[in-house]
Design a protein around this ligand. Structure first.
Ligand SMILES: Nc1ncnc2c1ncn2[C@@H]1O[C@H](COP(=O)(O)OS(=O)(=O)O)[C@@H](OP(=O)(O)O)[C@H]1O
Ligand SMILES: Nc1ncnc2c1ncn2[C@@H]1O[C@H](COP(=O)(O)OP(=O)(O)O)[C@@H](O)[C@H]1O
Length: 204
């Protein structure tokens, strides 16, 4: 857990509470935390869910690995320490979105169980929905849309997740998506159905 460095800082309560924002939005705020190997489908599925919910008038947003790494986290690489800091920052940002009453989808490999559990801890009960996008290394390597697995196999990228860096599968994911066997649209529908049946799409 990162230490608080600054002293003499005081927490400010917002005049408009999270509850009031959720009431106005007509649904809860939560983090849909997609995790899985590169190429498993995190980003595509998250964006499809985003689109489906947006069409229903829900307040949503997607935080995506590559995009965040070009801005907020441009000073981080792929060492274990940098990945941990990457996930910590994304966790804090997604908490802010949740406080704003938004359904935020994150699409990061987030290979370490402990890092994902830390994010779960900083969020309120039921606000962290871990979604394991399950696809075999074979499937992901077969897709290889950016040619990164090929480079990793050739030794041109070191420490690539699934090749020579670990991926720790979730043990208590709220949802497991079978991305080896099912298509994007069907998987996105499973996520929306989960949100519906667990009361996320209404408030209170
Ligand atoms: N060494 C290494 N290992 C894994 N991935 C790599 C690496 N180098 C670059 N990339 C590209 O960066 C994307 C993963 O970034 P993340 O921020 O999701 O990674 S992590 O959660 O911090 O592990 C990942 O994107 P996705 O394919 O969308 O997952 C890759 O395109
Ligand atoms: N379940 C699926 N069935 C078929 N193709 C998929 C599936 N999931 C992802 N893909 C395809 O695989 C590629 C990688 O998906 P992407 O969402 O970028 O993965 P990630 O964000 O996990 O790296 C994309 O071209 C996407 O269309």
């Amino acid at each position: 857990m990162a230490e608080q460095k600054a002293t003499n800082v005081t927490w400010h309560e917002h005049h408009v509470s999270k509850e009031k924002r959720c009431q106005q939005n007509g649904h809860k705020g939560a983090v849909l935390w997609f995790t899985g190997l590169s190429g498993s489908g995190k980003s595509t599925i998250a964006n499809t869910v985003d689109h489906k919910l947006f069409e229903q008038g829900k307040h949503t947003f997607v935080l995506d690995g590559d995009n965040v790494r070009m801005g907020l986290n441009k000073n981080l690489g792929f060492s274990p320490e940098d990945r941990t800091e990457n996930i910590r920052r994304i966790g804090e940002v997604s908490k802010l979105y949740t406080d704003a009453g938004i359904l935020v989808m994150t699409a990061f490999i987030s290979p370490y169980r402990e890092d994902r559990d830390q994010v779960r801890e900083i969020l309120g009960d039921g606000e962290f929905i871990e979604i394991f996008v399950k696809a075999s290394l074979e499937t992901c390597e077969g897709r290889d849309p950016k040619g990164l697995y090929k480079k990793a196999r050739a030794g041109e990228i070191k420490g690539f997740t699934g090749i020579d860096a670990p991926y720790e599968e979730p043990e208590k994911a709220e949802l497991i998506l079978d991305s080896d066997g099912k298509g994007i649209d069907e998987l996105a529908d499973e996520v929306v159905a989960y949100l519906e049946s667990n009361g996320y799409l209404t408030y209170p």
